[in-house]
Design a protein around this ligand. Sequence first.
Ligand SMILES: [Zn+2]
Length: 197
Amino acid sequence: MPAYPNEILKCFRANEDGRYELTQTFVVDGYRYAGDGFVCARMRCDEPDTEGRWPDVAALKWSAREYASVPIPLPAIETIPPDPPEEKCTCCDGSGEMAPGVECPMCDHGMRARPMPAMKMDDIEIALDHVRLLSAHDATLFAPINRNTPGYAQTAYFKIGDEIEGLIAVCKSGHSVIVEPITPTPATLEERNRNER
Ligand SMILES: [Zn+2]
C-alpha cells in the first residue's frame, strides 16, 4: 500500500480521459485533486494551478455542515465480496446478434449490463469498488445529511489520515444491487496477515 498521501491520492484518478483530463492529479487553488466523476479526493498543496480541462471541483460540497459528524463504519477489506460476474444476455443467448449482422439491442456483445453492485452502510449505498477503495486506505466515511432534500449533497464525505479528504457518490436507491459482506475464509485471513507482515 502506498505510504505517502501523494501516492494514495493517485488511486482516485480515472482510468481514462473523457470530457476532462482526469487520468492525472491536478492543482486548483491550493489543493491537489484526483477524481473520476464519481469520487473526488484532494489534499492541500502550495503548487501553482495545473493547466488543463477540469470539472469545477472547488464548487463541490466540501463544507462539513453537509455531512453527519459521526462516521459510518466501513467493512473490513476481507469482508467485501468480489464483483458479481456479468450475466449472459437472455435475449440473444450471449451471441450479441439478433440475426447475422444485426446487433442485439439489449446487451453489450452478448453480456447484459447489470445494475451496479453496492454495499449499504447505515442507509446510504456506495458502489462496491468505492467501498473497496475506501476500506483499503482506512478511510473514515461520513453520510450526507438531508440527502432527500433537493440541493443537498448527494455525496458522502471521507477522510484518509489528516491530509486527504474526499467526496464519493451515493448510489440512488433502487439503481444498484445490494451485496452483503462475506465472512472471510481462513485462507483470505492468512493472506491478509501475510501482506501485513
Ligand atoms: Zn443480447
